[in-house]
Ligand binder design. Sequence first.
Ligand code: GUN
Length: 281
Amino acid sequence: MTARIIDGKAIAAALRADVAAKVAAAGFTPGLAVVLVGEDPASAVYVRTKDRAAREAGIAARTIRLPAGTSQADLLATIRALNEDPAIDGILVQLPLPPGIAPEAVIEAIDPDKDVDGFHPVNVGHLADGRPTLVPCTPLGIMKMLRAIGVTASGARAVVVGRSAIVGRPMARLLLSADATVTVAHSRTRDLPAECRRADILIAATGRPELVRADWVQPGATVIDVGINRLADGRLVGDVAFDACAAVAGAITPVPGGVGPMTVACLLENTLTAALHRRSR
Ligand code: GUN
């Protein structure tokens, strides 16, 4: 079998156009603040991408760049000011943060109603409870991607490899809410290949380049690759050995051009969701 290549760029473009149309019809301009602390090169690229995509959708984006030596107290003060700013509907603090700043303290300082990353404990709790409010962008984008290509989560066996707060855990909760039978596998899982082979929907979010091999994939399965890893030779690869797995899977996301664009599109949607919610109170 040769897998269908899932065109995340195209699905994301449609979502971005939909958000842009809704923003244009909203009668106000949603505001998004993106905070970048330090000079991590990958983070700088992500932040530029988010800022540009927001502007293209008609969202007023503001990127706040703080030096690597910024204290936690100064960062918290910046967040408090954004919480109070009526022009700002969404706040995103790009992770990872430099050493010396506790990400939990930063995330907890964000007004949950402006938490467009969906990382605040209040929003995490709503999702865990099956009452999602603002949901982390990458797993939200994956659910939309599955729907767009006609993959039904209900009744499917889904295996999520990776248990991070940003992807693995919220992914599992969304799949469970969509009535999948969900397994969360991780670095301590016994016989990880066998767990993965049970999956109708296999989601790899480990940060380990090309971990998932062809014989880990059930023939016909849908394989979603969240990884973006730069190899020593400069190649960009996912957490899935793409060519080999594409020969077995029914559908598979490429890297790049798969999950990444969906994450950005969902940030725009979350910003609009937050803006509409704040204005409806
Ligand atoms: N770093 C990697 N992914 C993300 C994300 O989705 N949000 C934020 N804020 N930082 C990240």
